[in-house]
Design a protein around this ligand. Structure first.
Ligand SMILES: [Zn+2]
Length: 186
């Protein structure tokens, strides 16, 4: 176990050497990443994100679920509350799935997955939980069908945990307009 004492010690080193003063609540790079909680795929590591550059949402599989969309809606409101700190230009929304994802281990638990995606268990095949290339395509489509906005580009990447490399499965695709459709629970 890495102890809290160890972690706070590392924090002291960060505060002394890595901390950047004056960062804003809005991501300096206009980047939002949705990725998996897997410890091997931290976007800060594998995409080289700088301090304050990106907002990162992590969940099981890095999936676009109704909960993810609600979180994005909330973050949009936070951003609107801080108009002075917003960087100019388009937003880059990156969906980051990966090989050897634990989502595969959840395939025997369709009820859990159905609750997660808020769909009937009979429709789970469409979510491609055992194939990161398929799943990132599915989730880009969910975003494109839900968020609309010319100020967004959406891309789908798959990170290979055996090589450290990402593959661009869905190239950056623009949205049409900034309206976020109401996302409600079934
Ligand atoms: Zn994963």
């Amino acid at each position: 176990m890495t102890s809290t004492r160890e972690l706070t010690g590392r924090n002291a080193a960060f505060a002394a050497d890595g901390f950047v003063e004056g960062l804003r609540i809005n991501p300096s790079g206009n980047v939002m990443v949705v990725g998996c909680v897997d410890p091997r795929v931290d976007p800060a590591h594998v995409l080289g994100l700088r301090h304050g550059e990106a907002a990162v949402i992590r969940n099981v599989g890095g999936r676009i679920t109704p909960a993810t969309l609600r979180t994005m809606t909330m973050l949009g409101k936070v951003g609107q509350a801080h108009p002075d700190g917003r960087a100019a230009g388009d937003w880059n929304l990156v969906l980051l799935h990966h090989t050897d994802c634990g989502m595969r281990d959840l395939a025997p638990f369709p009820d859990l997955l159905a609750e997660y995606f808020e769909i009937p268990a009979a429709e789970l095949d469409a979510k491609q939980v055992s194939d990161p290339v398929g799943s990132v395509r599915v989730d880009v489509d969910v975003v494109l069908g839900t968020l609309t906005g010319s100020a967004f580009l959406v891309s789908g990447l798959v990170y290979d945990v055996s090589t450290g490399l990402v593959e661009t499965v869905v190239a950056p695709t623009p949205l049409r307009d900034m309206q976020l459709r109401q996302v409600s629970r079934r």
